[in-house]
Every structure is written in C-alpha cells, then in structure tokens.
Design a protein around this ligand. Structure first.
Ligand SMILES: C[S@@+](CC[C@H](N)C(=O)[O-])C[C@H]1O[C@@H](n2cnc3c(N)ncnc32)[C@H](O)[C@@H]1O
Length: 289
C-alpha cells in the first residue's frame, strides 16, 4: 500500500497517455521474456504491457506491482485471472515500490527469486525521493536470482523539459515560491552516468544504459475534455499543480498549456509533440553471489 495520495486514474491515463505502454518495442526486446520465466513488473500501471509479458513467458509467472489502486483495479479487471482475457499466470498487487522490501510476494518468491525484473515509464516516479532511491535499486537486486536481469525504461535527464519549466514558471506566477515549486516535482530524471554508477553501486553488472530522444505525439483531445496536451498536464503534473492554492490551480493549468502550445505545436498540421527522453538499460546480477 502507499501512503501517497492516488493521483492516477486509468481512464485519464488511457485518454492522455495511451502511447506509453505501446511505444515499448525496444525495451520489450531487451526483456526477451522466455517460457517458464518468473518476471516482476514494477509500476505496472493498468497492465496491458504486463499482460503481453505474461503471454510471452507462459507457463512462467508474472507479478505486476503498482502503488495506484485505480491502475491495479483496471489491470485486474482487464487482465487478471478470471477476467475475460485474463491469464492464469498473471497477478497484480497494490504496492508502493519505494518500499519493495516490504512486499513479501516480491521478495520471497518460491524457487528463490525472479528471473527478471522489468519496469517501463515508472522508475522516474519511484526513484523520486533521494531517501529511498538507492534502497529501491538494492531491493530490485535482492529479489533477483543470481544471474537474473533487470530491464527498464524511464524518463532520462531532460525528459519533458519544456513541461517541467512551464509548470514551475506558472506556479511561481501564481504565487508559489520557487523552492516549493521545484520540490513539488514528482519526477527524478537521471543521466546515463548517474544510472550506471547507481546500478554498479548496488552490485549489478551493467550491460547497457542508453538514451533516446523520442518526441512523442500528444493524444487527441476527446469530446469530454480529457486527453490531449491539457489532459497530459492535468494527469502527469497533478502533484505540481497541487502546490498552488486550490482557487488558482485552473489558472496554472491554463498558463502551462498556453506556454507549451507555443513551443510544442507543429506548423504543418497543428499536432503537438512532447520532448520525451528515454533512459533504457539492462543490468545483470552476477551468477556467483
Ligand atoms: C506512466 S505509468 C506507467 C505504467 C506502465 N508501466 C506502462 O508502461 O503503461 C507510471 C506508473 O507508475 C506508478 N507508480 C508511481 N509511483 C509508484 C510507486 N512508488 N510504487 C509503485 N508504482 C508507482 C503509477 O501508479 C503509474 O501506474
């Protein structure tokens, strides 16, 4: 369970960021799930990617963990055992992965650990706090079998930089002091160098850590007002928006969206693209530990 407020909604995620579990060909190829493997998915969200992995490693087992009750409820409903398209080798649990060591299901796997730990688009949230950051990586290492692999993709240094800057500026314009505005940021986007060093420090052999600049097209704004650039800002920047007084939050959203529209819109067709920077990696727990 998480002490953090659940700001996620699987409905808002689907309309504003449905591309996240879809733009994963490279990281899924690095995972290369094999039949019989046991794979742990950290920050699994509403589960379509976790279900894809479970299908690839059947009859092995997959456990998806996520701190959001809303995301896990949708994952269970759509992909869990007993659901219409559910798979028997797939389980989902609500758990705050900043406290991975407290998840008995993750740490004490029958058969002595997980073959692989996977994470897509979640570690920049989970590694946010400097006080738990290294523990999370050490716990991932601990729950792997010797010779096991950790495969991840997350936001890297410079990810959605324009959004980040526009939101801080809008908060300050609406009376929030700069330190509070900075601290409200819910993400940690590490550099390649930071990630390599951190993985090495907890004992991993780093096979690769790479960066990709991947401009990503915003979804279309739906008739009910969800999705699009504004839907993305409302969902992904929710924690930052809350730094403003309640009565001024809508003004912050308007300022952020108007500022962003001027830099993310393509002249040729009016489409809007966010500057995603992906940090992707593969690290191995040595055999002889
Ligand atoms: C952008 S979504 C990615 C979901 C999924 N991996 C995918 O590829 O679609 C980020 C997810 O990280 C989860 N998350 C954020 N902080 C977390 C934490 N401390 N523990 C577990 N999950 C967390 C959120 O609840 C959310 O579902």
């Amino acid at each position: 369970m998480s002490a953090e407020k659940d700001r996620w909604s699987s409905k808002a995620y689907t309309s504003a960021a449905s591309f996240v579990p879809q733009l994963t060909t490279t990281v899924v190829s690095y995972l290369s799930a094999q039949p019989h493997e046991r794979i742990l998915d950290i920050g699994c969200g509403d589960g379509p990617l976790t279900a894809q992995i479970a299908a690839a490693c059947a009859p092995g087992a997959v456990l998806g963990l996520d701190a959001s009750e809303s995301m896990i409820a949708t994952a269970q409903e759509q992909h869990g055992p007993g659901s219409e398209h559910g798979q028997e080798n797939l389980e989902f649990k609500v758990h705050d992965c900043t406290q991975l060591a407290q998840c008995a299901d993750a740490m004490e796997v029958q058969g002595g650990g997980w073959d692989k730990v996977f994470s897509n688009a979640a570690l920049h949230w989970i590694l946010r706090s400097p006080s738990t950051r290294m523990n999370v990586l050490a716990d991932i290492y601990a729950c792997l079998k010797p010779g096991g692999t950790f495969v991840f993709e997350m936001g890297g240094k410079g990810n959605v930089e324009a959004v980040h800057a526009a939101t801080i500026a809008a908060l300050v314009a609406e009376g929030v002091d700069i330190v509070t505005a900075r601290e409200a940021c819910p993400w940690f986007f590490p550099s390649q160098e930071w990630m390599r060093a951190a993985l090495g420090e907890v004992g991993f052999e780093v096979c690769k850590v790479e960066v990709e600049y991947r401009p990503t097209r915003c979804t279309e704004r739906a008739g009910d007002g969800s999705g699009g650039l504004e839907g993305w800002v409302r969902l992904m920047c929710a924690a930052m928006l809350e730094a403003a007084e309640e009565g001024r939050r809508e003004k912050v959203v308007r300022r952020v969206v108007q500022t962003l529209e001027s830099v993310v819109t393509r002249e040729e067709d009016g489409s809007m693209w966010l500057g995603y920077v992906r940090l992707r990696g593969v690290a191995r727990k040595p055999e002889d530990v």
